[in-house]
Design a protein around this ligand. Structure first.
Ligand code: MG
Length: 228
């Protein structure tokens, strides 16, 4: 306890990324002349997850995922559409759709009064920057690190080195990494030697060899770490 610095994930932690993705996917498919987007969404999600897992492994760069996911989709589902255009439309749709989870802004408001916050996200620059601007959340963070902008992603150590350096090297025992992803947020924080807090609103089972120091199902639980 007694954390002075919080590293926060964005997708599925503060932001309702499922909603953002489904609206963007719908827009992309309809723009490509496909009127039954729902038929394709499961295949798309599978492809996208596999590609981001490869980014976590360091095998792909985030920027490569942008187009590759639609090249794969078009190929697998034999769709007659231009994957490059789809990638453009999707990125635009992701940036302009999706809200913070209920309560997230209030938690950021209260937490930022007493602690330093950094946003540490694996994602595309143009998507995340558009969201941060539209949602007006930049003010809460002392540092915003987007994997595509620095060429390094969670769970690697380089992204943590960069955020620590931007924050003026706080003592590691005062820093808490908060996120929904075991493979990037929790593994990354654990490897870096900082405490981790797994945001697990759906109360999934812990199925890999990781030990998040804390587990929460509601963002308001973060306030207890700063005595609120
Ligand atoms: Mg996440």
């Amino acid at each position: 306890m007694g954390y002075t610095t919080f590293l926060l994930d964005l997708d599925h932690t503060l932001l309702d990324s499922d909603r953002s993705e489904s609206l963007a996917f719908d827009y992309t498919m309809r723009s490509a002349g496909i009127n039954d987007p729902d038929t394709y969404v499961d295949v798309y999600r599978k492809i996208n997850l596999e590609l981001w897992a490869r980014v976590e492994q360091g095998e792909l760069r985030p920027q490569e995922v942008r187009t590759l996911r639609f090249e794969r989709l078009v190929e697998q589902k034999k769709i007659k559409a231009d994957p490059l255009q789809m990638a453009e439309d999707f990125v635009e749709g992701l940036g302009s759709n999706g809200s913070l989870y209920p309560g997230a802004r209030d938690v950021l408001d209260q937490l930022s009064e007493t602690a330093r916050l950094a946003l540490v996200t694996n994602g595309l620059s143009e998507v995340q920057r558009a969201r941060i601007k539209r949602l007006d959340i930049e003010q809460y963070f002392d540092s915003i690190i987007i994997s595509a902008e620095i060429g390094a992603a969670k769970p690697g150590t380089k992204i943590f080195d960069i955020v620590f350096s931007e924050l003026g090297s706080p003592p590691r025992n005062e820093v808490l990494m908060v996120g929904d992803s075991l493979s990037s947020d929790i593994r990354g924080g654990q490897k870096y030697g900082i405490a981790t807090c797994w945001y697990n609103p759906k109360r999934r089972q812990l199925d890999i060899d990781l030990e998040p120091k804390y587990e929460i199902s509601d963002l308001y639980e973060l306030l207890k770490f700063v005595g609120l």
